[in-house]
Write a protein that binds this ligand. Structure first.
Ligand code: NAD
Ligand code: MG
Length: 414
C-alpha cells in the first residue's frame, strides 16, 4: 500500500499564523483540551467556527470567550437554547443538523480544521475538508477506518494535509519527522510501527471477570481521561484495533508491519522501527494537549502549562504482549482490514452500536466482540471503488441488523 497522506514536513508547509481554526466537536473531551491550548496561545489562532452536539451550555461558554462567526449544533432545541445563552451584541450564524458539520469543514472561512466529533458522524466532514485541500488535525479515527481510501485519495488530489492528533499516531509522526525526507523514503526505511496501548482498566483480568463488568467499571480508564465511547473502546481494545487501521492508512504500511505493545504507564506513546534496527519513541505525560498543540501549531512547538514528564518519578516503564484471546476486538479489526475495503466500515458500525447498547446496560461487555464478529461474518464486501454513500449504507445496514440480532435474542446475547 502506498501512502497518500502528505503528513511529511516538506509537504506540510509552514502555514502562517494566526491560523483560521474551525473545531468540530468543541464540547467533547478533545475539543475542550484543544480550546485550552488556544486559550494559552490566543495570538496564534482566529477561531472561525465551533461545532458541538447538544451541549448548548458548554458551547455558549466557549463561543462567548472566542466569538467565532459560526456555531453549529445537532438539533433545533439545542439551537434555541444556545441563542438564549449568548451575550448581547454577539450574533453568530447558528447552523443546525448533520450537514452543518460538513458545511463548516468545507468552508473557505477556515484553513485549519480540528476534526474531533466522535464516531461515524465525523466521516463526511473529514472527507469534505480533505476534498477542499484543508490542513486537518485529525482526532476522529473512525473516519479513516470507514473511508481511509477515499480520504487518502482526496488528500492526494487536493493537497490536503492530515496531522494526526491520536496520541500514538502523533507520536509516530514525531518519530518520523526529520528521519525520512518523503513519504516514499519513509516507506523504504521504516521497518515497523509499534503502537503502545495502556491495556485499559481490565488488563490481566480473566474471562469470568470480563463477562460481568459494568459500564461504570469500563468507563474508568487508568491513565487517560476521555469521552465515553473511546473509553469503552479502550477497555475492549477495539480502540487499538481501530488505531491499527488508522496507522495503516496514515503511514501506508500493511497490517503485518504494525505491532501492538501493552505499556500500562502510557508514557511511551508509540515507536517507529527503522530497517537498521533503531527504534525512535515519543514520550510524554498522558495529556492530549501535547499532540493537539503539535498538530495545531506544526511545525512550531509551543509551551503548555502542565507538569512535565519526570522519568525518575515514573520509575519504571513496562511492556507486554496484548492478550488477543481475552480481547478479541484486536483480532477482529485486523481481520476486517484484511478482508475488504468495506469490512472496516461494518466493523466500526457494529462496534458503535454495540458500545451504545452496553452503555445502556442492554448487553454484556463480551457481547461487544460477539456482535461485531456476527456483523463481519454477514457483511458482503463492496468493490474497491465503493464511494462514500456506499460506505454509509454499510454503516446504516450494519446498525439495523445488529439491533435485529438483539431484539431476536431477548434481553441480551450472553
Ligand atoms: P466526546 O464524546 O468527549 O466528544 C464528542 C464531541 O462530538 C462532542 O462535542 C459532541 O457534542 C460531538 N458529537 C457527538 N455526536 C455527534 C454527532 N452525531 N454529530 C455532531 N457532533 C457530535 O469524544 P472525545 O473523547 O473527545 O473523542 C472525539 C474523537 O477523538 C473520537 O473519534 C475519538 O476516538 C478521538 N480521540 C479521542 C481521544 C481522547 O483522549 N478523548 C484520544 C484520541 C482520539
Ligand atoms: Mg490513541
Amino acid at each position: 500500500m502506498k501512502s497518500y497522506i502528505s503528513i511529511w514536513p516538506p509537504l506540510a508547509p509552514n502555514a502562517p499564523f494566526p491560523r483560521r481554526l474551525a473545531v468540530l466537536g468543541s464540547t467533547g473531551s478533545i475539543g475542550v483540551s484543544a480550546l485550552r491550548v488556544v486559550a494559552e496561545h490566543r495570538e496564534l489562532f482566529n477561531v472561525t467556527a465551533l461545532a458541538g452536539g447538544r451541549n448548548a451550555r458548554r458551547l455558549a461558554g466557549q463561543a462567548t470567550l472566542l466569538r467565532p462567526a459560526t456555531l453549529a449544533v445537532l438539533d433545533d432545541a439545542a439551537a434555541r437554547e444556545l441563542k438564549t445563552l449568548l451575550p448581547a451584541g454577539y450574533a453568530p450564524e447558528i447552523l443546525v443538523g448533520p450537514t452543518a458539520y460538513t458545511d463548516i469543514a468545507a468552508s473557505a472561512e477556515n484553513d485549519l480544521l480540528l476534526s474531533a466529533i466522535v464516531g461515524a458522524a465525523g466521516f463526511l466532514p473529514t472527507l469534505a475538508a480533505a476534498q477542499k485541500g484543508k490542513r486537518i488535525a485529525l482526532a476522529n479515527k473512525e473516519s479513516l477506518v470507514i473511508g481511509g481510501r477515499l480520504i487518502r485519495r482526496a488528500c492526494r488530489e487536493s493537497g490536503a494535509v492530515i496531522l494526526p492528533v491520536d496520541s500514538e499516531h502523533n507520536a509516530l509522526f514525531q518519530a518520523l519527522c526529520g528521519h525520512a525526507d518523503t513519504s516514499e523514503g519513509a516507506a523504504r526505511e521504516l521497518a515497523r510501527l509499534i503502537l503502545t496501548a495502556s491495556g485499559g482498566p481490565f488488563r490481566g483480568r480473566d474471562a469470568a471477570f470480563l463477562a460481568a463488568v459494568t459500564p461504570e467499571q469500563a468507563l474508568s480508564h487508568p491513565t487517560w481521561s476521555m469521552g465515553a465511547k473511546i473509553s469503552i473502546d479502550s477497555a475492549s481494545l477495539m480502540n487499538k484495533g481501530l488505531e491499527i487501521i488508522e496507522a495503516c492508512h496514515l503511514y501506508g504500511l500493511p497490517v503485518s508491519r504494525v505491532r501492538v505493545l501493552v505499556h500500562p504507564q502510557s508514557i511511551v506513546h508509540s515507536l517507529a522501527e527503522y530497517v537498521d534496527g533503531s527504534q525512535l519513541a515519543h514520550l510524554g505525560v498522558p495529556d492530549m494537549r501535547i499532540p493537539i498543540a503539535h498538530c495545531l501549531c506544526f511545525p512550531r512547538r509551543v509551551t503548555l502549562d502542565m507538569p512535565k514528564l519526570d522519568l525518575a518519578q515514573v520509575g519504571s516503564l513496562t511492556f507486554e504482549e496484548p492478550d488477543e484471546e481475552r480481547f478479541p476486538c484486536l483480532r477482529l479489526a485486523k481481520e476486517a482490514f484484511a478482508a475488504s475495503p468495506s469490512h472496516p466500515a461494518a466493523l466500526n458500525a457494529a462496534n458503535e452500536a454495540a458500545v451504545a447498547l452496553f452503555l445502556q446496560h442492554r448487553i454484556k461487555f463480551m457481547d461487544i466482540p460477539r456482535l461485531i464478529e456476527m456483523a463481519l461474518a454477514r457483511h458482503k464486501a463492496l468493490p474497491e471503488d465503493a464511494g462514500a454513500d456506499d460506505l454509509l449504507a454499510v454503516d446504516a445496514e450494519t446498525r439495523r441488523e445488529l439491533i435485529t440480532d438483539i431484539d431476536c435474542s431477548g434481553a441480551g446475547l450472553s
